[in-house]
Design a protein. Structure first.
Length: 178
């Protein structure tokens, strides 16, 4: 994932737990020798996190299950509807909720009492899941190249010696030569 920005959101109404989750995550990324830039945002309110996620999509979120207002399940449901590509990890002191969490198709479930060990498992699972999204297509532009994430490509159309690549952001045309 070198060269990309990994956006992570953490939501927990308990400030101490919020910092513990961030600390365990940072320690895990350091131990894994993770070389990507990260942007970690902390939230103590589910509604605020949701509104922020509408402005910038998080790649990975860690959600406490029990919070006033929107709990982790409520927030997960809304995040999944607005940005299904966001990976969700539930964090809780209640082991018994792990099976109830399956309704929301989480990437992982981390128990707060085993935060450090299970954080590593959650992050490893994220990288296994997203390994295919790091594949890029190199598009020749002028004298250089531009890389397009394979997941941004909607379709490719060839006509004669011209190839059109339709991406999320528009169409890129490439002349293949004679």
């Amino acid at each position: 994932m070198s060269g990309q920005l990994l956006r992570i959101g953490i939501c927990d109404d308990n400030q101490t737990d919020l910092e513990r989750i961030k600390g365990a995550l940072c320690q895990c990324l350091t131990e894994m020798a993770f070389e990507c830039q990260t942007d970690i945002s902390l939230f103590s309110d589910g509604r605020v996190m949701y509104e922020e996620s509408r402005q910038r999509i998080f790649n990975l979120v860690f959600l406490d299950l029990e919070m006033p207002g929107w709990g982790g399940f409520d927030l997960a449901e809304r995040l999944h509807m607005s940005s299904p590509e966001t990976s969700i990890v539930f964090v809780s002191i209640h082991d018994s909720l792990v099976y109830q969490s399956f309704t929301y198709t989480p990437l992982w479930f981390v128990r707060k009492k085993r935060l450090c060990g299970e954080m590593t498992q959650a992050v490893q699972q994220y990288f296994r899941k997203t390994a295919h999204t790091r594949v890029r297509y190199r598009l020749k532009e002028g004298i250089g190249f531009r890389e397009i994430p394979i997941t941004d490509i909607r379709y490719v159309e060839c006509s004669g010696h011209t190839m059109k690549i339709r991406t999320r952001s528009g169409v890129n045309t490439r002349n293949m030569g004679a």
